[in-house]
Design a protein around this ligand. Structure first.
Ligand SMILES: Cc1cc2nc3c(=O)[nH]c(=O)nc-3n(C[C@H](O)[C@H](O)[C@H](O)COP(=O)(O)OP(=O)(O)OC[C@H]3O[C@@H](n4cnc5c(N)ncnc54)[C@H](O)[C@@H]3O)c2cc1C
Length: 579
């Protein structure tokens, strides 16, 4: 076992982790631990853009952006946090521009902006051009730019290090963050990192579902590790289903396509979104569009041999425009479905995309141990966190924004904490539990297979806890998950080696997914209303009297325990949500 000592340890090298590292690394001794090589993080797959009310091409301001975020999030957004994000958005984009990010430009040389779902001017009057973008590779450009900056500033990276545990030490009866335990993929060695402050920036958990836009590695590690260590997870029942995954595959076709003018059509060729959202139509928030699509299919107006998808029509757009603005995603349609978007509409259907929930934090990215107490030295930012700026449904382009705004804040806050706080001792034998867990799996000669349990988990989540949910489907999902968790106790892997044992790590990741799936389903059962990404067929209306509150899930010996937290309302009282 090796030990290391840093003022700040950042777990994750996606946009949130690297934005944090850039701040922290210039102030105190900082290490970034990442299970992927940094530029392979999922931020690099983000396509459509990052929003900020720059008003470069149309009148706009941060207050409208805040309003859209709150309404898009179906009033579960903490409005003070949304204000911070919308205000700081402008500098967040300009900072990236100064770092050299190659944004698309207007003819005058300003950063160009395009439309995206749910972003409007004058509180819902019409769609506004707010998303800053670099073709359909915005996340790729952000990730590369931040990585270059981190290298320039000498940030230390530990690549292909899997963090598997979080360490606390009690000081005068108060839990303090002491460090993390990591597994080095190349050697199988265990490393203990002592740190005054730890930032979790481990991204999302889309692999809970089968049909998802998320990369194979998005297994919710940070969320699950915190949960196992007794910390709450907030609003996990809210999962976003992005309307336009390639049918049958889930690979994402960015909302930028609709931002550039693409139209959704059913088997009758009808632009059906006109019926569901007369003002914003195809650019209504994602929860609204995804449900409308699923509904068209249910009512028999789906396309294809099994009538199980709808069509995204770009054929009225100029090929040159498509090539300039949407080159990558149109290539996906050609490669994966054999469809030519210039001349043929593309089969699409909702795909699991984004975890609105996560580790509860303050606007300074401090992790909360309950409804109000901060856990000293622990920070979280990006998709792993729940600030909560996305409430019950995130607007497109608000995540690349979130990771930059709150990644920066996390880096600043962690560095400040590390500068003023004394060191705490590591707990004794800090890696014992991790080693026991790994050896337990490795030593079992015969048992359940990872791929089988993962597939069954994803299938039950797709069938029972997706766009439409009910008491009956959620009960089914919960009993399936509990049975799978019992089988997981007997998990075995074929690779018994130490070097590059991805088999072993996938087994550990599956354990994280099972825990998170249970939290999602238990939260969804308790929430007997429909709000944002959570739609209950048996309770189809939003119920502000009983459910305008955040869910806080804790792990106990008897399963998941739920508690609740009020929503912060500043300017906008809940209103009917029409688009
Ligand atoms: C296909 C796609 C397109 C998208 N398009 C957009 C868009 O256009 N606009 C927008 O706003 N949002 C978009 N999103 C959402 C947005 O990209 C993500 O929410 C955001 O990039 C997440 O950033 P992150 O830094 O939190 O996590 P990630 O970029 O996912 O990074 C997670 C990091 O954590 C590390 N990690 C995870 N677990 C461990 C562990 N156990 N130990 C060590 N390291 C670990 C990984 O190595 C990785 O470096 C898109 C998402 C997808 C999937």
């Amino acid at each position: 076992m090796q030990t290391h000592k840093y003022d700040v340890v950042i777990v994750g090298a996606g946009g949130a982790g690297m934005r944090a590292a850039l701040e922290s690394g210039q102030r105190v001794r900082t290490a970034v631990l990442t299970k992927l090589y940094p530029t392979r993080s999922h931020t690099g797959a983000a396509q459509g853009g990052m929003c900020a009310a720059l008003a470069n091409v149309e009148e706009d301001n941060w207050e409208w952006h805040t309003f859209d975020t709150v309404k898009g999030g179906d009033f579960l957004v903490d409005q003070d946090a949304a204000e911070v994000m919308a205000k700081e958005a402008i500098d967040a984009v300009l900072d990236l521009e100064k770092m050299g990010l190659p944004f698309n430009r207007t003819p005058d040389g300003l950063i160009d902006q395009r439309r995206f779902g749910g972003h409007t001017r004058k509180h819902g009057e019409a769609a506004v051009r707010r998303s800053c973008y670099a073709a359909d590779r915005t996340g790729h450009m952000i990730l590369q730019t931040l990585y270059q900056q981190c290298i320039k500033h000498g940030v230390e990276f530990y690549n292909e290090f899997y963090v598997l545990d979080l360490l606390f030490t009690e000081v005068d009866g108060v839990r303090r963050t002491a460090g993390v335990v990591a597994y080095e993929l190349a050697t199988g060695e265990i490393h203990v990192f002592q740190a005054k402050a730890v930032v979790f920036a481990t991204g999302g958990a889309g692999k809970v579902y089968k049909t998802t836009s998320n990369a194979h590695t998005l297994t919710g590690d940070g969320m699950a590790i915190a949960f196992r260590r007794g910390l709450p997870l907030e609003d996990m029942e809210f999962f976003q289903f992005h309307p336009t995954g390639l049918a049958g595959l889930g690979i994402l076709l960015s909302e930028a396509a609709r931002g550039e003018g693409a139209i959704l059509r059913n088997s009758e060729g009808e632009r059906f979104m006109e019926r569901y959202a007369p003002t914003l139509k195809d650019l209504a928030p994602r929860d609204v569009v995804a449900r409308a699509m699923a509904n068209e299919v249910r009512e028999g107006r789906g396309c294809g041999p099994d009538k199980d998808y709808v069509l995204l029509d770009l054929t009225h757009l100029e090929p040159a425009h498509i090539d300039a603005k949407l080159p990558d995603i149109t290539e996906f349609a050609r490669t994966y479905l054999g469809v030519e978007p210039y001349t043929e509409p593309v089969p699409v259907f909702p795909t699991a995309h984004y975890a609105m929930g996560g580790m509860p934090t303050t606007v300074d990215a401090e992790v909360l141990a309950d409804n109000s107490q901060v856990l000293p030295g622990l920070y979280a930012a990006g998709e792993v966190a729940c600030v909560s700026v996305h409430g019950a449904n995130r607007l497109g382009t608000n995540s690349l924004l979130d990771i930059n705004v709150f990644g920066r804040r996390a880096g600043l806050a962690a560095a400040a904490f590390a500068s003023r706080a004394p060191w705490v001792e590591l707990p004794s034998s800090p890696a014992d539990e991790t080693v026991a867990q790994l050896e337990g799996i490795r030593d079992r000669s015969d048992g359940e297979r990872v791929a089988v349990i993962r597939r069954e988990l994803q299938e039950t989540m797709d069938a029972n806890a997706q766009v439409f949910r009910s008491e009956a489907t959620l009960k089914q999902a919960l009993s399936d998950i509990q049975a799978l968790k019992a089988r997981y106790q007997n998990i075995a892997v074929q690779d018994k080696g130490r070097r590059f044992n991805t088999d072993l790590l996938e087994a550990v990741e599956l354990g994280f997914l099972l825990d998170l799936a249970e939290v999602i389903v238990v939260g969804a059962m308790e929430r007997k209303e429909s709000r944002g990404g959570h739609f209950r067929e048996d309770y189809q209306n939003r119920d502000d009297v009983n459910y305008m509150r955040h869910t806080m899930a804790y792990r106990t010996g008897e399963g998941v325990r739920l508690d609740f937290k009020p929503v912060v309302v500043t300017r906008y009282q809940p209103m009917e949500r029409t688009f």
